[in-house]
Design a protein around this ligand. Structure first.
Ligand code: NAD
Length: 249
């Protein structure tokens, strides 16, 4: 248990991480719990594994069955957390899908990706907004992608579009949340080894300045930083976590 280092102490805070069952979301849930937050890992998939991993390091975690495209379900999830804990300080909208696709791909896939990656983010933010405003405090972190900056490969147009929307939402929420004490930032990961990318062809490591693919842990650290006191004067920022693939934005 690494909780308590002043820079990232989240003791007493309550966090909701969507897509928390595996991959980047599970790593974020673990990192926040290691810093002392009580974490709710929400996912379509079972969350037992991440909850027990967090328990093993002495952290506090709960699993929530949630489909982020279910607006009422998102509202219910936030309501149940606030009822149980009296607060929700941190919202990490990480749940996302990234099916392989074409520029002129099929519309059913377009609708599904937009529904999960954009509408799902908005449903969670909308669910938490009034509560955060009423407390004059909130830390919202969204998960964009380097596809926003330079277009995706393998993925369909809808994925890049969705992650561009997430970047725009970050700035919109930052501007409007600031006066209410709500900070909103994002990370834009590069190529990260998770289930999502496991079937994709391997990238050319020579094109990555750090010469390796990222890990979920590589993304979780920056997210934890954005949730913590050291990022108190940062909002509307999109942090590239790409091993140097994206060098300017
Ligand atoms: P992953 O597929 O391993 O994990 C995504 C999680 O989100 C899964 O547990 C899945 O069940 C959950 N999820 C999907 N749809 C959901 C829904 N409707 N409701 C609730 N949960 C849902 O993928 P990952 O690599 O960990 O990706 C996490 C985020 O990072 C995504 O938003 C993804 O777009 C983004 N991202 C990933 C990479 C990468 O290289 N892996 C790069 C850039 C951005």
């Amino acid at each position: 248990m690494r909780a308590g280092t002043a820079a990232q102490d989240l003791t007493g805070q309550v966090a909701l991480v969507t897509g928390g069952a595996r991959g980047i979301g599970a790593a974020i849930a673990l990192a926040l719990a290691e810093s002392g937050a009580t974490v709710y890992a929400a996912d379509l998939l079972p969350t037992d594994e991440v909850v027990s991993e967090i328990a093993k390091v002495g952290g506090a975690a709960h699993g929530l069955a949630l489909d982020v495209t279910d607006r009422e379900g998102c509202a219910t999830a936030v309501r149940s957390i606030v009822e149980a804990q009296g607060r929700l300080d941190i919202l990490v909208c990480n749940a996302g899908i990234c099916p392989p696709g074409e520029v002129a791909g099929d519309w059913a896939q377009w609708d599904r990706v937009i529904d999960v990656n954009i509408n799902g983010v908005q449903s969670c933010i909308a669910a938490a907004w009034d509560h955060m405003v009423s407390r004059n405090y909130g830390r919202i972190v969204l998960v964009s992608s380097m596809a926003f900056y330079q277009g995706g490969v393998i993925v369909g147009t809808e994925y890049s579009a969705s992650k561009g929307a997430v970047a725009a939402m970050t700035r919109h929420i930052a501007r409007n949340g600031g006066p209410h004490g709500i900070l909103c930032n994002a990370v834009a990961p590069g190529v990260i080894a998770t289930e999502m990318t496991s079937s994709f062809s391997k990238p050319d490591l020579g094109a990555i300045p750090l010469r390796r693919i990222g890990t979920a842990h590589d993304v979780a650290g920056p997210v934890r930083f954005l949730c913590g006191p050291d990022a108190a004067y940062m909002t509307g920022t999109i942090l590239n976590v790409t091993g140097g693939i994206v060098l300017a934005a």
